[in-house]
Design a protein. Structure first.
Length: 294
């Protein structure tokens, strides 16, 4: 994780200037796409929000020191006006800079992040890397908010409104598991907001994976997926808790420990209910590529 910690140091070195995320990714020895996605998941907040909090933590020390005017501090930290600085300062600290300087109010501090590998469990994780040719997801799509834990009410509503007949027709279009593709009725997520913050919007599709050359039926949506490698993580357990834990396993354990990085593409969840449906077997498919050799 040395490269990631070097990137955190680089952020602190550049708080008074424009921060180039592509440069941070080069310092961390990965792609910008992978850096943004991994940061949001591991840190629990978007990269842009972390930079804003760190910048205003350091700016707060200058405000309290009282050696500079507030307008000079605002300009030093890249704010175009005193009003813009005051709004940003209040959003982080709960009070404006003038009040903070005048009253000595309690302020909030964002510590500099550091990344460390820790031992999370003694059991090996079941996974495979599967190369796939280009294929298509065929189904119905909607926009839903991102929910990290517990049921997603918008997904549940969308599934009910779709109806059993349509879901069965979608499932019939899919390839079998013997073809090596994600099988059955799939939950597909893509077009995430860059922040990947809880509550941000994404495209959610109930669909099936098919190699068919023909266009999808007129009343269904199609998502074209390019050829490449896929990380496939498997689990079995209670719904939705066991399913939602696949993402922390992928981002927090597998990716930091293996020489692969994420690439743009849909995230595919294949679920096989067990018994009454309170438990299930599931596979999470994530598009990846090998990290380049240094």
């Amino acid at each position: 994780m040395d490269g990631w910690n070097d990137a955190m140091a680089a952020i602190d070195d550049r708080l008074e200037a424009e921060i180039d995320v592509a440069e941070l990714a080069r310092i961390a020895r990965t792609s910008e796409y992978h850096f943004r996605r991994m940061f949001s998941t591991l840190a629990g907040l978007p990269l842009s929000e972390y930079i804003r909090r760190r910048r205003l933590t350091v700016a707060a020390a200058a405000v309290l020191a009282g050696r500079e005017t507030l307008s000079d501090i605002a300009a030093r930290f890249g704010y175009g006006s005193g009003d813009a600085f005051a709004r940003a300062f209040a959003a982080v600290h709960g009070v404006g800079p003038e009040e903070a300087r005048r009253t000595g109010a309690a302020l909030r501090s964002q510590s500099r992040l550091s990344f460390h590998l820790t031992v999370e469990g003694s059991s090996p994780m079941e996974y495979r890397i599967t190369p796939l040719p280009a294929f298509r997801i065929v189904g119905r799509s909607t926009r839903v908010p991102l929910v990290f834990e517990g049921p997603n009410a918008e997904i549940e509503r969308f599934t009910r409104e779709l109806g059993e007949d349509v879901r069965a027709r979608i499932a019939a279009l899919g390839e079998s598991a013997d073809e090596g593709m994600p099988a059955g009725t799939l939950s597909v997520s893509d077009e995430f907001d860059e922040s990947r913050a809880e509550g941000s919007m994404l495209r959610y599709t109930i669909g099936a994976a098919t190699r068919a050359e023909a266009s999808p039926p007129a009343d269904l949506d199609g998502i074209e997926v390019g050829a490449g490698d896929w990380l496939v993580l498997s689990t079995e357990g209670r719904v939705p808790e066991a399913l939602q834990q696949l993402w922390p396993l992928a981002y927090g354990e597998w990716l930091p420990a293996n020489p692969y990085r994420l690439v743009p593409g849909p995230e595919i969840l294949a679920v096989e209910p067990i018994g009454d449906g309170s438990t299930a077997r599931a596979q999470l498919w994530l598009p990846v590529e090998p990290e380049p050799v240094a």
